[in-house]
Design a protein around this ligand. Structure first.
Ligand code: UFG
Length: 326
């Protein structure tokens, strides 16, 4: 298939591009490089540096490459930032997303896979979280993703846009070629590894008084290549109708302390920690029920072991101590 990946130079986007190319799809990575890295785009893909709101450029790209489906990953995705600057999240995640949908309609591209998030559930009422559970985002990031999901539903109803909305839990790890490099970095595993190599003095543990097995937050870490694989499966299923899936490994998840302990074993380094206050907007536990995508698409995570996930991030980080070259 001929696929356009928005946000194709980002952390997850770069791995989705890599996997699409491995599956012999033709790929255009479309990214404004505000956060993405040109060096993260595999050489087999066409790269277009542009904004989603640049309708002319987007339409020209869709037409020139005869795009059949879009994987829409371009977004802002920091919960804390969204609370302080909701306008940015509504602008970049909702307004720019709608501009994409309108341009797709204009160019008669009728299939989309969308990067959604566990943040659409807010503070969940039960674990593991299933797709039919209550949608009650507790921050503008989750609200913006949910608003776009709702637009997809109505565009499908009125215009027959076929969509798959993939609600990611915590993406982690790296492939040989692509890994995580944010500036500033806010995610737990890369921060832990930065502490392991001495790039930072310690890792902060945000909150030790949660009602969990060791007082720290529980999350469901999923290897980025398993996440990418789900996009390929979702893409192939679009003709059979629209769908929404959670994506995580399930089980008991891992606490922040468990992540740090596993990272100590994997790296053989000390990793100093400092306990601090809770971070605003963090639910205590987020664990995915992913039975639906397993049942309907036969997806299953190949790398569930946290040691393996962190090990892959560690290998990538040692090769790219300063992230991607600018
Ligand atoms: N944490 C720390 N110290 C740090 C960084 C994180 O203790 O220095 C903790 C957080 O409080 C959280 C866990 O580690 O409990 C994971 O935090 P991340 O920032 O790595 O990831 P989040 O769970 O906050 O966010 C992820 C995605 C978001 C998505 C969210 C769903 O990055 O895009 O899951 O809730 F919205």
């Amino acid at each position: 298939m001929r696929v356009l990946v928005t946000g194709g130079a980002g952390y997850i986007g770069s791995v989705v591009v890599e996997k699409l190319l491995e599956g012999d799809h033709e790929v255009v990575a479309y990214d404004n490089l505000v956060k993405g890295h040109r060096a993260a785009v595999s050489s087999g893909a066409t790269f277009v540096e542009a904004d989603l709101t640049d309708k002319e450029r987007l339409a020209a790209t869709l037409r020139e490459h005869r795009i059949e489906a879009v994987i829409h990953m371009a977004a802002d995705s920091l919960v804390g930032e969204s609370v302080g600057d909701p306008a940015k999240y509504y602008r970049n995640n909702v307004v720019a997303g709608l501009a994409l949908l309108d341009t797709m309609r204009e160019c008669e591209v009728g299939r989309i896979v969308f990067s959604s998030t566990a943040a659409v559930y807010g503070e969940p009422e039960k674990q593991p979280i299933e797709e039919a559970d209550a949608l009650q985002p507790t921050n503008p990031y989750g609200e913006s993703k949910l608003a776009f999901e709702k637009a997809l539903k109505w565009y499908d109803h009125a215009y027959h846009l076929r969509y798959a909305s993939l609600r990611y839990f915590n993406a982690a790890g790296a492939t040989d070629a692509h890994g995580e490099s944010h500036d500033p970095e806010t995610h737990l595993i890369p921060l832990v590894l930065q502490a392991a190599v001495g790039q930072r003095e310690f890792v902060e543990i945000y909150g030790t008084d949660y009602p969990t097995r060791d007082g720290t937050c529980v999350r469901d870490y999923i290897h980025v290549s398993d996440l990418a694989q789900a996009h390929i499966l979702a893409l192939g299923a679009l003709d059979r109708g629209s769908r929404i899936y959670n994506l995580g490994c399930g089980g008991d998840g891992y606490t922040v302390r468990e992540v740090i302990d596993v990272a100590r074993k994997v790296t053989g380094r000390e990793i100093p920690v400092r306990e601090s206050a809770r971070r605003a907007g963090d639910p205590a536990v987020l664990v995915a029920g992913s039975a639906r995508i397993k049942r309907e698409l036969g997806w299953s995570p190949a790398r569930q072991d946290l040691g393996e996930i962190i090990g892959s991030a560690w290998t990538w980080m040692q090769k790219h101590q300063n992230g991607y070259e600018r």
